[in-house]
Design a protein around this ligand. Structure first.
Ligand SMILES: Cc1cc2nc3c(=O)[nH]c(=O)nc-3n(C[C@H](O)[C@H](O)[C@H](O)COP(=O)(O)OP(=O)(O)OC[C@H]3O[C@@H](n4cnc5c(N)ncnc54)[C@H](O)[C@@H]3O)c2cc1C
Length: 393
């Protein structure tokens, strides 16, 4: 088993989640995938075992155990079911706006219900015409006395229809570009708010992905997160901290696929011996395990940085690197797992085809792999390695 950088307490929490994942979630994974139904029983399991609490501090009803353990929890669950891992990752994604930019009053109002899992949450940035270029959004929020009035729509929103509270980004000043965007908290029962449709998908089938519509949605001014015009910065700060959640989901898929392929290769025989003893298969397994371990190094490093005293600006590159690496490893490794199972890898009786379908989304959401590369390169350009040129005429 892989070496890890966890303390005794962190290991205990990992083992608790690992046991729940193996004993309670794994037996449901294929069914969740086939039914395309949101797994409320998994949410209930998390509630009963205080698993959502891993993502919140003690002041707001959480366990206060930090980022690394939270990432490990997503990884452990995603080893058996990526949809169930995503439920945890999105509880973080959807609550980060409040954690990073909320007032004490806003935090006290919403975070305890999210920490207990009584309410699920969501993050609504993307629109049909603006994904990677999120600042091109068209949803508007117009101030009217003590209220804002929201109009427009959001596309591809995870937890659409199951979340009770949404972090929504909208233009408060259409002419001001990035600085004209603001962030709001919108509760799902607000008149004018609706889930217009849910998308059938390639993978993570139990997760809902939907279109939200805002038709003169009136929310109090007290639902504004941060100051007016700070929304884009808040959206990016959230992504710096949430992308590692996707990385953890991806790593879980990759390790789950590796573990399954290994066990299969030990028992499947061709030409008189287990396929694991054919060098070409053994080499694949070795590469898969090595890629997982390398990806884990970047992910856990982010967790340790976030739990330490590292300035927030330094998280941006580490976060993008973890997401880029883990997402690419997940796709590569899951595809190899299918190859190792041969024809059995391609049919639904075995889980690796599900791992392969689930892996793909980790290269797309919360910023595509291309966007991660742009972010990493941009951060590199800010750094100085000028000493290398010293002495060069
Ligand atoms: C299942 C699912 C769940 C999602 N959940 C959420 C959610 O909860 N909340 C939310 O807000 N959004 C969510 N999204 C949206 C997701 O984050 C976007 O789909 C993603 O950011 C890409 O945006 P796009 O689809 O508009 O693609 P586009 O931005 O149109 O990109 C198309 C292609 O062009 C590339 N590209 C774009 N710009 C550049 C560039 N400058 N340089 C190089 N290449 C570029 C992209 O990498 C991609 O390959 C979800 C999407 C899916 C499919």
């Amino acid at each position: 088993m892989a070496w890890d950088q966890l303390s005794g307490e962190q290991r205990e929490l990992r083992d608790l989640v690992r046991t729940l994942a193996r004993e309670r979630i794994a037996p449901r994974a294929a069914e969740i995938d086939e039914s395309h139904e949101f797994p409320w029983d998994v949410v209930e399991l998390y509630r009963e075992n205080d698993i959502f609490g891993l993502f919140f501090d003690e002041q707001h009803g959480g366990l206060g155990t930090g980022t690394l353990v939270a990432l490990v929890a997503i990884e452990e669950v995603s080893k058996v079911c990526a949809t169930s891992g995503l439920i945890l990752a999105v509880q973080e994604l959807g609550s980060l706006g409040l954690k990073l930019a909320g007032t004490d009053e806003q935090k006290a109002r919403w975070l305890p219900r999210l920490a207990s899992g009584e309410w699920l949450c969501a993050y609504a940035l993307t629109e049909s015409g603006s994904g990677s270029d999120s600042a091109a959004m068209r949803t508007t929020a117009v101030r009217d006395g003590d209220e804002y009035v929201l109009n427009g729509s959001k596309r591809f929103i995870t937890n659409a229809g199951v979340a009770s509270v949404y972090t929504v980004f909208a233009k408060t000043d259409a002419a001001a570009g990035h600085s004209g965007i603001s962030a709001f908290v919108v509760e799902s029962d607000t008149p004018g708010f609706a889930v217009a449709r849910l998308e059938p998908k390639m993978g993570i089938s139990g997760s809902t992905t939907g279109e939200l519509t805002f038709d003169d949605v009136r929310i109090p001014v007290s639902n504004l997160l941060g100051a007016e015009g700070e929304g884009f910065k808040i959206a990016m700060r959230i992504l710096d901290r949430s992308r590692p959640g996707v990385a953890a989901q991806a790593l879980g898929i990759a390790q789950g696929a590796t573990d399954y392929a290994l066990e299969y290769a030990k028992t499947r025989e061709t030409m008189g011996r287990p396929i694991a003893q054919h060098q070409l298969i053994a080499a694949k397994l070795a590469d898969m395990e090595t890629e997982c371990e390398a990806a884990r190094g970047l992910l856990y490093r982010f967790g340790q940085m976030a739990d330490g005293d590292v300035p927030e600006a330094e998280l941006t590159k580490a976060s993008a690197m973890a997401k880029l690496m883990c997402g690419d490893v997940a796709m590569e490794v899951a595809t190899e797992a299918v190859q190792i199972l041969g024809g059995y890898g391609y049919v639904k009786e075995y889980p690796v085809e599900r791992f392969m379908r689930d892996a793909k989304i980790t290269q797309i959401y919360e910023g595509t792999q291309e966007v991660q590369r742009l972010v990493i390169a941009r951060e590199m350009l800010k750094e100085s390695r000028a000493f290398l040129l010293a002495g060069v005429a």
